[in-house]
Each structure stands twice: as structure tokens, then as C-alpha cells.
Design a protein around this ligand. Structure first.
Ligand SMILES: [Zn+2]
Length: 409
């Protein structure tokens, strides 16, 4: 077994190369594992995912390093000893390098300023998450972000090297490892020196913008979400699009959408208040139209809004309305108003056959607490309360509820 020549260490910007196929084996999952004499495909490591692209026209799906060999996982086989053209998905790789190098800049600044370590790093689809070992406020983070972007502007070279065991022993760097061999150092002079196996940009200017999206407390430290370079541009555009849509919907300037939303919420609260008052009033009007009875009174899906029509016409069937009652203040109020009008039970149900009903039942003649079990059994529900009023929920359908209350006088 021989070590694959790692071209990505000599030149992190090599996107196309030729190589010889040393081995190609079929895997049980339908993929093929290929080993080349040299490769620019970075296998996963240091938080960075494996490069994709093509080798000899075959798709590179994944990569892994094992015993010094770089394994490429391909969609189709290649012939042994063939010399093949290889091409990285460069856009993907350069974006990953922008993000990863940006992470080093920020981690270096956090370490240099506060002494906190990067204790967790994940490169996700949307952004990177970095966990620092100490607490940082949003204001401190914004200051660090500013300095990170000044580092980008200064266009500082990103140097990578493998120090000897003796050099390594006296070298101060982040995430100091127990290893003394093959430790690769990524150094951004004056900003950061850390151990890392992944390919990086050549100068900090290549990173583009370093943008912190969020910063929150996490397990005694801080978790930040960060996005760099072209990914940051995409992120900016998506946000811009979203704010523009909101501003169009609210007919407000882009910079004033939060005030427009505040205004909208205040208006909504006022409408809710007015609606509740109107519902209570209509509930009282409705109750006035109900004739006294010796038996039960049942309302299913009563809604004050629906009853506006009923109350106006007085001739409507007020015992069953199709609108859904959302306000249980009105539901309770209706029960209270109906109780003096019947000698049986005054029941108001809200909901629908598919998702079930919430009910409130009142009575001035029978002890509902002792009746609760009978009601629960008959309507497949649960509930309880006081002798004069019970509430609960049930899964019985409207027809079954009607049947129960017409026969249970
Ligand atoms: Zn790294």
C-alpha cells in the first residue's frame, strides 16, 4: 500500500489534474472505490466535507483517507493503470475554503482576545456553527466580526506547513495535539496559528466577507452561526428578497418593516378585543331568542360570527351552526345564559367531526359531576368539573352528540 500524493497540500487551488488509476474495486452498495497515484480531491477532515467532481468522466460521490491512501467513491468503474483526467467541483470547494479559512480568522481572534477555544465546528448547508468555550455577547461578537473583516481587507497570506517534532514541541498553536508527526499548521500571521488538515485559501482577501448571523449561549460557552464569501452573498440575497417581499406586502420601506409589523400587531390586538366584545354581545342577543324548555339545550359549533345572521333573522335554526367557535369565553358565556332556560343540561360543543370537540355543559337541576362519567362513556371523551358545570373534550361525531342530548332528558 502506498501513500497517495496529496496535491491539495502543494496547491489548494488545483482544480484539474491527471492521475493514474492504481486500484478500482466494486462495493456492495453499487459504488466503486478508486485509488489514484496522486489527487487534488480532499477527503473529509477538519470539519470540511470531501470534494466532489469527476475522475475519468465518473462522478466522485465521496472521499476518505485510510492508511495514507485517499479513497475516492465513484458512480462507475475505471480501468486499472489508466491515466485519467480529473476535475473538482471547484465552486463547491472554493466556497468551503472561504468558509473554513474565515472560521480560522474568527477563532484566532476569539482565542487571541478572550483566550476561548473553538470546541465545536460544523459546516452545514446554510452556514457554519462554531462553539466557543466562553461566553461572548452580541456586541463583543460584532467587534470581533469587524476585526475579522479588517483581516480580510489586509489580505494576509495563509501559510501551511508541517513542522518537525522539535519545532512542534516549542510551537504555540490552537488545538495543540498529542501527535508529534504529520501535524499540519495553518498560519495567518498575527491572527491565528492552528492545526488543521483541510485546504485553505492563499490570502485572507480570498475569503470575502465574514458575517456572523447569530450568537447565543450554549453549554456555558457561545454558539455562533457564521457564513463567508459567496455563501454570504447568497445569504444576503435571500434575506434581501425576503425583506423586499415583506416591505411590498406592508407597503413600508425596507428599513421600516419592523415598525410596520409592530403597527400591524397592535391593530390585530385591537381587532381581537373588539371581536370578543362583539361576540359576547351577540351571544347575549342569541340567548334571548332561545325559548325555555324542560329538556336539554344543545349547540354544536356555535359561533357568534355565524350567529350575527341568526340573531338578525331570528328564524334561523340556532341549535346547530357550521362555523367553528374559536373563543371559549363566548362558549362559557353562552352556557351561563342557557342554564336558566332549561331544566336539563345546557351544552355547547366546539370543534369538528374529524378532530373532535371541546365542550362546556351547565345545569341548575342535575349534579353534573356524577353525570360526567356517563357523558364521557357515551361520547368517548374525558372531562370533569363542578356539580353545576363541567368541561372536557370528546371524539364522538356531531350526530352521536345530538342523539345523546335528545334522549338523555
Ligand atoms: Zn481548520
Amino acid at each position: 500500500m502506498m501513500r497517495t500524493e496529496k496535491l491539495y497540500y502543494a496547491d489548494s487551488h488545483l482544480a484539474e489534474f491527471r492521475a493514474k488509476v492504481l486500484r478500482c474495486e466494486a462495493l456492495k452498495d453499487g459504488r466503486y472505490v478508486v485509488v489514484l497515484d496522486q489527487t487534488a480531491f480532499f477527503p473529509e477532515g477538519g470539519g470540511q466535507a470531501a470534494d466532489t467532481g469527476t475522475i475519468g468522466g465518473a462522478k466522485v460521490l465521496d472521499g476518505k483517507e485510510k492508511n495514507g491512501e485517499i479513497l475516492h467513491f465513484l458512480s462507475s468503474p475505471l480501468e486499472q493503470n489508466a491515466v485519467v483526467d480529473c476535475r473538482l467541483d471547484w465552486e463547491k470547494r472554493i466556497r468551503r475554503m472561504q468558509n473554513h479559512s474565515g472560521e480560522h480568522v474568527l477563532s484566532g481572534l476569539v482565542h487571541g482576545t478572550y483566550g476561548y477555544d473553538n470546541v465545536g465546528f460544523h459546516m452545514g448547508e446554510e452556514c457554519m456553527t462554531i462553539d466557543f468555550s466562553g461566553e461572548l455577547t452580541w456586541e463583543q461578537m460584532l467587534e470581533l466580526e469587524k476585526r475579522a473583516n479588517e483581516t480580510v481587507r489586509a489580505n494576509i497570506p495563509v501559510r501551511t506547513y508541517f513542522p518537525s517534532a522539535e519545532e512542534l514541541a516549542v510551537l504555540d498553536y490552537r488545538s495543540k495535539l498529542e501527535l508529534t508527526e504529520d501535524v499540519r499548521i495553518v498560519e495567518i500571521e498575527g491572527i491565528d496559528r492552528g492545526a488543521c488538515c483541510a485546504p485553505h485559501v492563499s490570502e485572507t482577501g480570498e475569503i470575502g466577507i465574514i458575517k456572523v448571523l447569530s450568537c447565543e449561549r450554549h453549554r456555558g460557552g457561545t454558539r455562533v452561526e457564521v457564513v463567508c464569501g459567496m455563501d454570504a452573498l447568497d445569504n444576503f440575497n435571500a434575506r434581501q428578497q425576503s425583506v423586499t417581499e415583506i416591505s411590498n406586502l406592508l407597503s413600508a420601506k425596507r428599513g421600516e418593516v419592523s415598525r410596520a409589523v409592530e403597527h400591524l400587531l397592535a391593530e390585530r390586538d385591537e381587532l381581537k378585543y373588539t371581536l370578543t366584545a362583539a361576540e359576547r354581545m351577540i351571544t347575549r342577543l342569541l340567548a334571548d331568542t332561545v325559548h325555555e324548555t324542560e329538556g336539554n339545550l344543545l349547540f354544536i359549533n356555535y359561533s357568534a360570527i355565524a350567529l350575527k345572521a341568526a340573531a338578525a333573522s331570528f328564524a334561523a335554526d340556532v341549535t346547530d351552526h357550521q362555523e367553528i367557535m374559536k373563543n371559549d369565553v363566548a362558549q362559557r358565556e353562552l352556557v351561563n345564559l342557557l342554564v336558566p332556560k332549561c331544566n336539563g343540561m345546557a351544552a355547547v360543543f366546539a370543534g369538528d367531526d374529524a378532530s373532535g370537540y371541546r365542550y362546556i355543559i351547565g345545569s341548575r337541576t342535575c349534579d353534573l359531576r356524577t353525570k360526567a362519567r356517563e357523558i364521557s362513556t357515551a361520547l368517548s371523551g374525558r372531562g370533569g368539573g363542578k356539580p353545576e358545570m363541567i368541561m372536557g373534550s370528546c371524539s364522538a361525531k356531531a350526530d352521536r352528540i345530538r342523539e345523546f342530548f335528545s334522549s338523555s332528558n
